[in-house]
Design a protein. Structure first.
Length: 205
């Protein structure tokens, strides 16, 4: 071993000995403080700083997006905007009314209701009806309260099949209770509404 190698070996040995003595002399409070300082520095450098940069980039992107969405309105300004909004609302109502079946379709849907109940394996033991006009729209609303008894899987199948077969039906309220003495069977009360458009002649059904 050369003299230079011996000197490096001695230096490393003294460094290890110095570090070991410093470690042994260090008290627990000092160690905890040093660890806390190291953790804070690491958090600031590797976590907080990238997060601040990312937030800044997001804020800048949001500001640019907001600035890009502001477009000058040609013509009469607010008047044109109001007309466009009214036209859009009218188109939406027309599309919705065209989607609804005519009121003459009710009898066929009642037959569909009983067929869906049989196919789904539920007992449909009461159906109550009510009729009325749709508010502010040229259509009719028929309320339908259904009382069914079924196991949970059959009830879920019935509800799914009913909504698929009757897209003009909405579920307003559901009440579920267990059948006494039958843990797997449920009594379910469904409050629903069926919506129809009136015939083109304007006659009420």
């Amino acid at each position: 071993m050369t003299a230079r190698g011996v000197r490096w070996s001695d230096a490393l040995g003294r460094l290890r000995w110095t570090l070991r003595m410093a470690w042994e002399r260090m008290a627990w409070p000092e160690f905890v403080a040093a660890a806390a300082i190291g953790f804070a520095l690491g958090l600031a450098l590797w976590v907080n700083e990238p997060l601040r940069q990312e937030v800044g980039d997001l804020q800048a992107g949001a500001a640019l997006a907001a600035a890009g969405t502001v477009q000058p309105v040609a013509g009469d300004g607010p008047v044109d905007s109001a007309r466009a909004s009214a036209r859009s609302g009218s188109d939406f109502v027309a599309a919705f009314m065209a989607f609804l079946p005519e009121s003459d379709f009710r009898e066929q849907q009642m037959q569909t209701l009983h067929g869906v109940a049989r196919e789904s394996g539920v007992e449909l033991f009461r159906v109550e009806y009510g009729h009325g006009n749709m508010e502010h729209l040229p259509g009719r609303r028929m309320t339908m309260q259904l009382a069914v008894s079924a196991e949970y899987a059959a009830y879920r199948k019935f509800l799914h099949n009913l909504l698929v077969a009757m897209p003009n039906l909405s579920i307003d309220r559901v009440t579920v209770e267990r059948v006494p003495g039958q843990a797997q069977r449920l009594n379910v009360r469904l409050e629903t509404s069926l919506y129809y458009r009136t015939a083109a002649t304007g006659g009420a059904p």
